[in-house]
Design a protein around this ligand. Structure first.
Ligand code: MSP
Length: 522
């Protein structure tokens, strides 16, 4: 049943230029959002930038510009990047916007009024690069260095406003235990449960040392801690559009390094505010580059320039396909490697999808003057031969019931590719190019080609969320431009209808066109 679907990405720090990490999570969210639109859901997809805090203010200072000018520039770069990549977010929130700031203050006020926030003092370790306090145990375990940047931790002593995280320890733990899908993948869920069992301390949610932030209500000397400020974006964005009904979010998509804030602190804050908890947090792993961790020192980031190079050489959809099918969706990191990219592109997109599309269109051109022949449903080609209609039903069901709901994008793509491989197999077995030599057998040739084209159409619908532009191109060639129009006009599709057998109209002009995915020669 179609319903609402609200998906978010992290909001990105503006002290770094966009790179593959940001593009990855936002592209994944785009793919999942498109999948839900295809199903007919009313989708809201949110991304944005995290613009307060010391890290950002320091970067602005280093460049000798005001924090506001600095964040405007980089936030603009993120927006342009996402637009150029045709990502379909419905909103882009910036934490320096008044619509966000004033609501953050109201939420913090509510937490203060309820006694969940109190004034106290913190003395201990601080990770400046992550703007995070670190417990003695964790600090010691990593030799008093930042887990993420490796920089030495610093010792601080400051008056702060604290959030009573300890009060929510049991409720949060119980919720995670009772809802296996609340935190995914399982490795991440177990990691969180393990850490909660070690016990939760109250957390400081203000800073007196960094004025570049939202002021604590009633205390101008403190700013709301950047992480608390940032988490609120998930509720301030819908509220600012009068769309409170969007909450709770269906999926928060994040990278594994920011698991703790999302899996423990955010639910506790929501409970303290009396708001329902999000449905699922999905924390993917990391891209590395040509076998090595990406780092500033190595200077090996897959940055925008590199990504644009891939888009130029292979096309935007090829990049989306690689990110979706080879990416670190599970517990392990994944390698962004040129040779692998070429291999996946050639085997899945050029030699399988693209090749099958031109093969079928070629034969329709050669034997039927480019007009789709009808299917004679009575024609059967002997035992042991696959029935393409059943293949399509099985693949659609598997994708819909098992792959997409588990965020198994690689599996979802593979269901569609499986259909295409079966089309190739069907052609090998029935050999329409041989039959076509005998004019009496043309109804059989026509039936084969209709079935191939129809199965290709269904496979293309299954692939639309991942490679939408090439699929729309194909739809234009096989008389299905109405799908593209429906998606554009209504913002949603009719998956249940479009994956049903028998939609292609016999007589439709089939345009062969250029190769959808030209083979890449190494
Ligand atoms: N501003 C915080 C998030 C606040 S959300 C309320 C932040 N920003 S960030 O700019 O550092 O972005 C982190 C996110 O970028 C990760 O969680 C992940 O989604 C993405 N990635 C950054 N580097 C990545 C890789 N190397 N690989 C995959 N994704 C990674 O943290």
């Amino acid at each position: 049943m179609p319903g609402k679907f609200y998906i978010t990405t992290p909001i990105y720090y503006v002290n770094a230029r966009p790179h593959i990490g940001h593009v990855y999570t936002t592209t994944l969210a785009d793919i999942v959002a498109r999948y839900h639109r295809l199903q007919g859901d009313d989708v809201f997809f949110l991304t944005g930038t995290d613009e307060h805090g010391k890290k950002v203010a320091d970067s602005a200072r280093e460049q000798g510009v005001s924090p506001q000018d600095f964040v405007d520039e980089i936030a603009g770069e993120f927006q342009q990047t996402f637009t150029r990549m045709a990502l379909t977010h419905n909103d882009f929130i910036r934490t320096t916007e008044p619509r966000h700031e004033k609501r953050v203050q109201a939420y913090v006020q509510q937490l203060t009024d309820s006694g969940d926030v109190y004034l106290g003092e913190y003395e201990g370790w601080y990770d400046e690069s992550q703007e995070e306090y670190v417990t003695e145990t964790n600090a010691k375990a990593n030799d008093y260095q930042s887990l993420v940047s490796g920089r030495p931790l610093v010792r601080v002593k400051e008056k702060n406003y604290f959030f009573r995280l300890s009060k929510y320890q049991e409720v949060v733990r119980q919720h995670i235990e009772d809802h296996p899908n609340f935190i995914q993948p399982d490795a991440r869920r177990n990691e969180v449960l393990g850490r909660i069992r070690d016990g939760l301390n109250d957390v400081a949610i203000s800073r007196s040392t960094e004025p570049w932030g939202v002021s604590m209500p009633g205390d101008e000397d403190h700013s709301v801690y950047v992480w608390i400020d940032a988490l609120f974006n998930y509720v301030t964005a819908p509220a600012s559009r009068d769309r409170n009904e969007l909450w709770p979010a269906d999926v928060h998509l994040i990278g594994k390094e920011i698991l703790w804030f999302h899996a423990v602190i955010w639910p506790a804050v929501l409970l303290a505010l009396g708001r329902p908890l999000y449905h699922q947090l999905y924390a993917h792993s990391f891209w590395i580059s040509e076998g090595q961790k990406m780092s500033k020192t190595l200077g090996n980031f897959v940055d925008l320039e590199k990504l644009n190079g891939y888009i130029g050489d292979f096309g935007l959809d090829a990049l989306r396909y690689y990110l979706a099918t080879q990416g670190p969706m599970g517990a392990a990191d994944a390698d962004f490697a040129h040779a692998k990219f070429v291999e996946v592109y050639n085997s899945d997109l050029a030699n399988t999808f693209g090749n099958c599309a031109s093969r079928v269109a070629n034969m329709i051109g050669r034997y039927f003057g480019g007009q789709l022949p009808p299917e004679d449903r009575k024609i059967r080609f002997g035992d042991g031969l696959v029935c393409l209609e059943s293949v399509c039903v099985a693949a659609s069901e598997a994708a819909l019931q098992h792959r997409w709901p588990r965020m198994d994008l690689d599996g979802a793509a593979d269901e569609a590719l499986g259909v295409i491989r079966q089309i190739d197999h069907y052609i090998e077995q029935t050999q329409p190019f041989k039959m076509a030599k005998d004019s009496a057998r043309m109804p059989e040739v026509g039936t084969i080609l209709y079935r191939c084209a129809e199965a290709l159409r269904i496979a293309s619908v299954l692939l639309w969320p991942i490679i939408p532009h090439k699929v729309e191109d194909l739809w234009g060639r096989i008389g299905c431009a109405r799908y593209t129009e429906t998606l554009a006009d209504r913002g949603k599709g009719r998956w249940d209808d479009w994956i049903r057998w028998g939609q292609l109209e016999p007589g439709t002009v089939v345009n062969k066109g250029d190769a959808l995915f030209p083979r890449y020669l190494v």
